[in-house]
Ligand binder design. Structure first.
Ligand SMILES: [Zn+2]
Ligand SMILES: [Zn+2]
Length: 266
């Protein structure tokens, strides 16, 4: 299984960057975890968007879903998706690509309100094969198996685990966005690779907590016994070397800072 970072910015993009998006592939199945702003164009560098089997969304914040809008327009209006021949796609197609889209419960309504703002209410649900999942659902997408765990954040949010049934059964755990918690630690127990957010230079000063510092991210990795740790969802305006050092101190081993285009083989 191969994981490629498409975007790793928090809720605003790095220079030239994209918000959350991770490509997960084995020999026969391609899925994308989250599709934040900027991710669609990054995805196109690596795979043809009509060949993606499924997109799995951790939660419905803008920086994890916004590029499902341009992706929907591509699936709806791209010449090769049409039933009639349009140059240079001379054949037309009776079976346009319609990737699966797995979103948390209530997500369909959020997309209706979002695209409904400009009168395109059913844009996303028409473009994709849309399903709302529950946290205890287990998905089988081609040769990839997907499981979820609820994690604490500002709205229903799910860590996501992907296991390949081929290529040696590699296992990746993606922590989504979360405040410090033990559910993620249990869910990620002994995982091959934990991709965990490290958004904050210091804990939130007021209100409920919703994110982790690099030190907390490292501690979660250590507590889970994750074999490999990647910190993500941190801005290019944060000192990357400091973040890495903080995470490594708590993890007790080398930690990688997610970078666009970085790949991890499991
Ligand atoms: Zn986020
Ligand atoms: Zn979020």
């Amino acid at each position: 299984m191969r994981i490629t970072v498409l975007g790793k910015s928090p809720s605003w993009q790095d220079v030239g960057g994209a918000c959350s998006g991770y490509l997960v592939q084995d020999d026969s199945t391609t899925i994308v975890l989250d599709m934040g702003n900027g991710v669609f164009s990054k995805l196109r560098r690596f795979v043809d968007y009509v060949d993606v089997h499924a997109i799995v969304v951790s939660h419905m914040h803008a920086d994890h879903i916004l590029d499902l809008i341009p992706y929907s327009y591509a699936l709806t209006y791209a010449p090769r998706q049409q039933p009639v021949p349009i140059p240079p796609w001379w054949k037309g197609t009776a079976a346009p690509a319609k990737p699966q889209l797995h979103i948390p419960e209530g997500g369909r309504d959020i997309f209706r309100r979002l695209a409904g703002a400009w009168g395109n209410e059913d844009l996303v649900e028409n473009a994709f094969d849309l399903h709302e999942y529950k946290p205890d659902d287990e998905l089988k997408i081609g040769t990839l198996e997907v499981r979820f765990a609820s994690v604490p954040h500002y709205l229903p949010t799910h860590a996501v685990e992907v296991v390949s049934s081929v290529n040696g059964r590699g296992r990746v755990t993606y922590g989504a966005d979360c405040s410090p918690n033990t559910d993620l630690v249990e869910f990620a127990r002994d995982t091959d690779l934990l991709i965990i957010e490290a958004t904050l230079p210091r804990p939130e000063r007021t209100g409920m907590r919703g994110h982790l510092t690099p030190g907390e991210a490292g501690q979660h990795g250590r507590d889970a016994g994750a074999r490999r740790l990647v910190i993500t969802h941190l801005s290019d305006e944060m000192d990357q070397a400091w973040a890495k050092e903080e995470a490594e101190k708590a993890y007790g081993g080398p930690v990688e800072v997610a970078a666009e285009g970085a790949t991890y083989e499991l």
